[in-house]
Write a protein of this length. Structure first.
Length: 479
């Protein structure tokens, strides 16, 4: 069970708080993971009283939590933890009111979860300090994106670092809380089978795909200024790349794990200038069909400029310039309004040096993150009957079947880690900055060479150029 603390959620009436954070906290409460004296204070400008906010929270939690997991008794206990405070985070005086509302509590931990726009991070940190709310027991959680460029990320990190020590700062990427992502570390570092072949001599290439069928939904005003590179590649996909490629840490703790991830980010070969034309593909979805339903082109979405050239699809050929991975391409791909929703990592091993039998090639490790969580090793086996006719077969580990208990949501695990002060699954300051150092030259190259997005119909697998990126090297996406 955790220690008593106050969990303050800035942006308490926003989508993230209502759809993810509160349901996750409800599950932790129901499972007895939270200290009886832990309080949750939602903060927003909406003029609600506590009872109105609890009713709002209940409506959303009922919609997000499985019916079997939601009971009136558990909700009553959880609702008793919930409080609501109306304030304007841009006004320093409101933080004085907040301090008085919280009362004395230096012996209690305080977690400040900033589920709001990154442009407000610096002001909130400064106001917390002025109000005497940024003591050594406090922790602050920053949602991605941390800035929109290296320069802005440096400014945010400097402003937060002026108020909070690095050990108090938790930069969250919910992908790192996914069960299968953590199983990736277990697969690599707890099984002797893979270590001898987890290197350039045996691996042909790696694919990391995060594909969505949804469009921008209600995020048009944000997404049109961010795009797929800032929204997905700079954080989610690079984090997955680090976990695939990193060396074994000397011990499983926050600094050791994150130090190995930083080494990978620093070893990424720069992609700049004309290289962006050969090693990257930008795309933007046009009108099409998904699940039999007509969907509009990106530039007709709500809060999107009609002449927008924001990318909704990115494919990148990345390379890691170190001893283990020299010469192995890492193909990263993400996009919206694609044919299927799935996230997966494909480790394609090299073919046997001498082929004795007719048949295709498998020799592939597939790690599926969503919608199902599974790990499968695709091998070649003899088809029953006369002759040596080979076909691919799978050795399949379905994690949901192997472990029958309820699967934790990523935010459940990450929120519990914040409360307990474990930052292993969070990004360190130098990690964020190293990712931006690699991404910024690609963004600049797109701008310098006027590389406008390639159009692809909604419901497809992306622009044709993304397939050519692999086909020119005799490879193909695992579609």
């Amino acid at each position: 069970m955790t220690q008593p603390c106050d969990m303050l959620v800035f942006g308490g009436t926003g989508d993230l708080a209502l759809h993810k954070l509160l349901p996750a906290l409800y599950h932790l409460h129901r499972d007895g993971r939270l200290h009886p004296q832990l309080r949750i204070l939602a903060i927003a400008r909406n003029p609600l009283d506590v009872q109105q906010y609890r009713a709002l929270a209940e409506r959303h939690c009922r919609a997000q939590v499985a019916r079997a997991d939601f009971t009136n008794e558990a909700w009553a206990g959880f609702a008793a933890r919930l409080d609501y405070f109306v304030m304007d985070v841009s006004q320093s005086a409101d933080f004085g009111r907040l301090a008085r509302h919280l009362g004395p509590g230096e012996d209690r931990g305080r977690v400040y979860y900033l589920a709001i726009a990154p442009r407000l991070f610096e002001d909130i940190a400064r106001h917390l300090q002025i109000a005497g709310l940024a003591g050594p027991q406090a922790r602050i959680v920053l949602e991605k994106p941390i800035g929109h460029s290296l320069e802005s990320a440096l400014a945010i990190n400097a402003a937060i670092g002026a108020v909070f020590d690095e050990r108090q700062v938790f930069r969250i990427d919910h992908y790192l809380g996914k069960e299968t992502v953590q199983n990736l570390m277990a697969l690599r570092f707890a099984n002797a089978l893979f270590e001898p072949v987890w290197r350039a001599g045996h691996i042909d290439h790696v694919q990391i795909s995060v594909c969505e069928t949804l469009g921008v939904e209600n995020r048009g005003s944000y997404y049109d200024h961010a795009g797929a590179m800032r929204d997905m590649v700079q954080n989610h996909l690079l984090q997955l790349l680090c976990l695939v490629a990193m060396e074994a840490p000397v011990r499983f703790d926050a600094d050791a794990v994150r130090t190995e991830k930083v080494k990978i980010l620093e070893a990424l070969k720069p992609i700049s200038g004309l290289d962006v034309q050969d090693k990257t593909v930008r795309g933007q979805y046009g009108a099409g069909k998904i699940g039999g339903q007509e969907v509009p082109a990106y530039y007709f979405e709500k809060n999107v400029d009609n002449d927008s050239d924001t990318e909704t699809f990115v494919a990148v050929q990345a390379e890691i310039d170190n001893w283990r991975w020299a010469g192995v391409p890492f193909y990263l791909r993400t996009g919206k309004r694609l044919a299927r929703k799935y996230s997966e990592i494909v480790i394609q091993f090299k073919p046997v040096p001498h082929r004795l039998f007719n048949g295709g090639e498998a020799n592939r490790l597939l790690i599926r993150l969503q919608p199902e969580e599974r790990i499968s090793l695709q091998l070649m086996a003899k088809n029953p009957g006369k002759g040596m006719r080979l076909e691919p077969v799978e050795l399949d580990l379905n994690l949901a079947q192997a472990f029958s208990q309820r699967r934790w949501d990523a935010y459940e695990r990450l929120l519990l880690d914040v409360i307990e002060g474990d930052s292993t699954l969070f990004m360190r300051r130098d990690e964020v900055e190293a990712a931006w150092r690699w991404v910024d030259p690609i963004l600049e190259g797109w701008h310098e060479y006027y590389q406008s997005p390639r159009s692809y119909p909604a419901g497809s697998t992306g622009p044709e150029q993304a397939h050519s990126l692999l086909e020119l090297q005799g490879r193909e996406w695992n579609d």
